[in-house]
Ligand binder design. Structure first.
Ligand SMILES: [Zn+2]
Length: 291
């Protein structure tokens, strides 16, 4: 469920990724404390991990109570394997899965990174939205290797987005905008038929647009801003949070033709593009928490 409007080009083309001590091949120390490293974006585990998560989730639709229970158990287990303490946030007709990695220093406002894990009935939802869910888990995995964190980071897998943003609205109601720096939600990031490595930033604040533009240059992708709503970031924005949605070229027209259909299978996922989505998101989040 999405409705869209105008697109504005912001970013740079391919080839923005360079070497150097601020580049994507990092393992680099942020300015200041040499012990405060960030892991390299080119992680050896990334491709296999994203593929495993999408493959597991998209083995079946995640629409019925039983299907969503199965998916939640898998997601909670994945968070536990990564060393995060998984929790459930039950609301009247569903339940989100989330975990918070505490800050190691300071008391900056929380950072939230989320994606919906549910599907419409009958669709395995590899693109919509096992892809975004896999990116959120990959961000959690990167953050394991960020020792200096000035803010807590919460990763959350939302239930019942397809039914009307129920999970994200229930989760947003549990937080206060003044205590949250930014909310990042990811929905459909596995289709790039024209190979242009372009992503859309949905209704970013100016500050968030700047962060994504800078990370896009480092990762070597292009970003365009749009005014698309109808997915989880809307639930936070309508309560006053600084929020952004990341997606494939939904407004631009290079988007999965299989959305909400039985053909939205793992076989249709553009793995190199999904890896870029994970690197882009991880670069933004790691620099927010460990500048
Ligand atoms: Zn979706």
């Amino acid at each position: 469920m999405k409705h869209a409007v105008v697109a504005v080009v912001l970013g740079v083309g391919c080839g923005g990724a360079g070497a150097g001590d601020d580049g994507p091949d990092g393992g680099v120390a942020p300015d200041g404390d040499p012990a405060c490293t960030r892991p390299a974006l080119d992680a050896p585990w990334l491709s296999g991990y994203l593929g495993d998560v999408v493959g597991e989730l998209a083995a079946a639709p995640r629409a019925t109570v039983t299907q969503r229970n199965t998916a939640r158990a898998y997601l909670a287990n994945q968070l536990s394997i990564l060393g995060w303490s998984a929790q459930e946030h039950a609301f009247n007709n569903g339940s989100n899965v989330y975990a918070t990695l505490p800050a190691t220093t300071g008391s900056e406002p929380e950072i939230i990174v989320g994606a919906h894990f549910d599907t419409v009935a009958g669709s395995p939802g590899a693109n919509d939205n096992a892809s975004g869910t896999a990116v959120v888990l990959a961000v959690a995995r990167y953050l394991q290797d960020v020792p200096c964190r000035n803010a807590p980071v919460t990763v959350v897998m939302f239930d019942l987005e397809e039914a009307g943003l129920f999970g994200s609205r229930a989760f947003a109601a549990q937080r206060l905008p003044a205590q949250v720096r930014a909310v990042h939600t990811i929905d459909q990031v596995a289709w790039d038929a024209d190979g242009d490595r372009r992503f859309e930033l949905e209704l970013p604040t100016p500050a968030l647009a700047d962060e994504y533009r800078a990370s896009a240059q480092r990762v070597g992708v292009t970003v365009t801003t749009t005014t698309t709503e109808g997915t989880d970031h809307q639930a936070f924005r309508e309560r006053g949070f600084a929020a952004i949605g990341l997606t494939e070229e939904y407004v631009g027209g290079d988007t999965s033709p299989y959305r909400h259909l039985a053909m939205d299978t793992a076989a249709t996922v553009a793995m190199p593009y999904l890896e870029l989505a994970a690197k882009l998101t991880a670069d933004v989040i790691m620099r927010e928490v460990s500048p």
